[in-house]
Design a protein around this ligand. Structure first.
Ligand SMILES: [Fe+2]
Length: 387
């Protein structure tokens, strides 16, 4: 094997059922007494918070609640959270929920030690602008999909510029990821489906990425297997702890992979759509996924065969090419079994403007990481097939 490889994972990962009971000792381990507790109203209403606030109180930790995080959080929301963080004299952040509260919490963590507002750091052009390490940020996911608890990016929307971009920095990586499958039990079927499919996309894109290598591939192929085995049950029988455990682990392993390889064609295509139409990230990824996979297949035939096997397809006696196509069929079947809408138009995406958008997407770094790079015309064809 030849090549140059790097692997980054600075977050301390704590994973077990009931691990949430340890949050008090983890928070006090940083020598801090007052944390901003960032979440959204959905999580606050689902009764998850008591499991975390009780042990924090017992450990003598003060918390200030910020529960105003919306789906696809904006730079303005982050700035508001920062104002509260500063005026209340907080010393660290505990972010609880899906990707939105975690990305908000991670952003507050770096803005607490760096000047300016969230929009000053948004987008890949601002890479390197964050000079100071974050305050302690503890992330507690209540969905299984984004892996925001371990990644080096926080994705935010800027409604004024109509864009959805990331704050990228090695300093934005959370200090601790506290994962407890029991906290995902109350997540309703639709967000379970969408976040789970996001995890599957992460795993497949990272596995296919030209940046992948044997360490990342071991993680992401296992994540694909776990998602294939557990996502249907997690959606249709959310009380099943084994399925919730399998999906939370799938999300984490996929994140460990794509934190290092980055993603490729699917997220390159859906990123701008999410910014324009404010639609559910995981759902639109999964709608685009089989079409993008069909396009990329010639660039990674043997990997597709492995994906098919990981998803439970019997490929014995099939040619490598036919076996590879089974991976796409398995992904489509999984999405159908859990009720994913068939086209992007369900979320209001219109054909108008896609030609121009395809040109922008073709220049995205994630397209360049795909096993087969797409031209603007080929991206437009994928869009049309996915509409
Ligand atoms: Fe994603």
């Amino acid at each position: 094997m030849t090549g140059q490889y790097e692997f980054h994972l600075t977050t301390r990962i704590i994973y077990s059922t009931n691990s949430s009971t340890k949050i008090g000792e983890i928070a006090s381990g940083f020598g801090k007494k007052k944390y901003q507790f960032i979440t959204d109203t959905g999580v606050a209403g689902a009764g998850v918070l008591d499991c975390l606030l009780e042990p924090l109180k017992s450990a003598g930790i003060d918390t200030v609640l910020f529960d105003k995080v919306e789906v696809n959080p904006t730079v303005q929301t982050v700035d508001k959270a920062c104002e509260q963080y500063n005026s209340e004299g907080c010393e660290g952040v505990i972010a609880v929920g899906g990707g939105s509260p975690m990305d908000t919490g991670k952003s507050v963590g770096v803005l607490a030690t760096n000047p300016g507002s969230a929009s000053d750091y948004l987008g890949p052009d601002n890479w390197g602008k964050i000079k100071n390490p974050s305050v302690p940020v503890i992330c507690v996911p209540t969905t299984a999909g984004t892996a925001a608890e371990i990644t080096d990016v926080a994705v935010l929307s800027d409604p004024e510029r109509k864009v959805k971009l990331g704050i990228f920095s090695p300093y934005i990586v959370p200090a601790v990821a506290l994962l407890d499958p029991l906290l995902t039990i109350s997540l309703p079927p639709e967000p379970t489906r969408d976040s789970g499919l996001d995890a599957l996309c992460h795993a497949i894109e990272s596995y296919l990425s030209i940046n992948s290598w044997c360490a990342s591939e071991a993680l992401t192929l296992k994540a694909i297997e776990l998602a294939g085995r557990h996502l249907r049950t997690a959606v249709h029988n959310g009380q099943n702890v084994e399925a919730r455990d399998g999906m939370l682990m799938a999300s984490l392993l996929a994140g460990m992979g794509f934190r290092n390889t980055k993603l490729c064609l699917v997220h390159a295509i859906t990123g701008p759509i999410g910014g324009l139409y404010n639609c559910p990230h995981g759902a639109i990824n999964a709608i685009v996924l089989p079409h993008a996979m069909r396009f990329m297949l010639p660039g990674a035939v043997s990997k597709y065969r492995n994906i098919a096997i990981a998803l439970g397809e019997n490929v014995e006696d099939l040619s490598e090419r036919t076996a590879a196509e089974r991976a796409i069929k398995a992904v489509e079947q999984l999405s159908e079994d859990i009720g994913l809408p068939k086209g992007l138009s369900v979320y209001g995406v219109k054909e108008q403007g896609l030609e121009k958008l395809s040109e922008t997407i073709a220049g995205n770094f994630q397209n360049a990481l795909s096993p087969r790079k797409a031209s603007p015309k080929e991206i437009l064809d994928i869009f049309k097939a996915a509409l």
